[in-house]
Design a protein around this ligand. Structure first.
Ligand SMILES: C[S@@+](CC[C@H](N)C(=O)[O-])C[C@H]1O[C@@H](n2cnc3c(N)ncnc32)[C@H](O)[C@@H]1O
Length: 319
């Protein structure tokens, strides 16, 4: 997070460090939540393209607290009804029995308590299978989020195409893990071909909206598509994972989703009503240095040194 001095003067970058989030993106999810109430009644979630993990951190904060509360309530009800404490606890808590939050990324991710981290490419069949595994004999997730972005080339058409391929993979996986009525949120580059994706998403979900949180820079092509009330059922559950479109049909009605500009920083220490500008550089005081939240686990400039260490270790072991 934040290699450039521009990033360091960015207010969301600084707030993220202060709050212990691994990336400034955390605020995008928080701002989307304040507009759409994403975490209401959610106890199981999937975070696609999750590294370095700030969305998973937000999910953990929001869902773990809620799940523990639900379990405590269940325990209290069972005890009130004359149940035995050990019987009530039998089988462990839900979080002990199966993971509540599954996070996936191409890059390795430093562990987060309560999150099952999978390393893999979401456009590959093997990774998709690995994501489905924890849900096979369990209840489906109520929320799937995807903040996936390919390495941006600066060629808008190419970037939009690569992003849409990632989004299509995410949608297909979502149809396997999302409960009917569930919510899907994903990053989208609003380019020339986004209309086709909106139309397909509108077939799968009752409500499709586009949102741009204030923490997302105006200079960035990105917005977020918020899809609510998954229609599911036989028709839309478990779509084939291969192929490069979501639904094979010529009969898909166009859809122009409503647009929402959302979020300010009130509630994060700013005076209510003040909207901080993600594109503006704010003066910073060097003495306010905050150490990195999650130092990189793999540092390319140290790759050679790392390989040599491995080789030395290998030869010592052989001797
Ligand atoms: C903007 S970052 C996500 C930030 C994350 N939401 C957070 O809050 O920390 C985009 C991520 O997408 C991942 N990504 C890109 N293509 C991918 C793919 N095909 N499969 C899995 N992850 C991918 C990248 O490795 C990168 O970590």
């Amino acid at each position: 997070m934040g290699k450039l001095s521009r990033d360091k003067r960015d207010v969301f970058y600084r707030r993220a460090k202060e709050k212990g989030y691994r990336a400034r993106s955390a605020f995008k999810l928080l701002q989307l939540d304040s507009e759409f109430g994403l975490f209401e009644n959610v106890t199981r979630a999937v975070d696609l393209c999750a590294a370095p993990g700030s969305w998973s951190q937000v999910l953990t904060d929001k869902l773990m607290g809620k799940q523990q509360q639900n379990e405590q309530e269940k325990l209290n009800t069972s005890l009130k009804e004359g149940g035995d404490l050990e019987d009530a606890k039998q089988g462990g808590t839900i979080s002990e029995r199966h993971p509540t939050i599954v996070a996936v990324d191409l890059q390795p991710m430093a562990p987060i308590d309560g999150v099952l981290c999978i390393q893999g490419d979401i456009t590959s069949y093997e990774t998709a299978q690995a994501i489905l595994e924890p849900f096979e004999n369990n209840e489906r997730a109520q929320l799937v989020v995807c903040d996936g972005a390919p390495d941006v080339t600066g060629l808008h058409d190419l970037d939009e195409y690569l992003q849409s391929q990632l989004l299509i993979a995410a949608i297909k996986i979502t149809t396997h893990v999302l409960v009917d009525g569930g919510t899907f949120v994903a990053k989208i580059f609003r380019g020339r071909h986004a209309g086709q994706l909106y139309a397909q998403l509108k077939m799968l979900f009752e409500r499709v909206s586009i949102a741009k949180p204030t923490s997302s820079r105006n200079s960035s092509l990105e917005s977020f598509v918020v899809c609510q009330n998954f229609r599911g059922g036989e028709k839309f559950r478990n779509l084939p994972l291969d192929g490069d479109t979501v639904l094979e049909s010529d009969n898909i009605a166009p859809h122009i989703p409503p647009f929402f500009a959302c979020g300010d920083l009130s509630g994060w220490g700013e005076e209510s009503g003040i909207v901080m500008d993600a594109d503006k550089s704010y003066p910073m005081d060097e003495k306010d240095f905050v150490a990195p939240v999650a130092p990189p686990i793999y540092q390319p400039h140290l790759a050679q040194e790392y390989q040599e260490k491995l080789k030395t270790k290998d030869t010592t072991q052989k001797q």
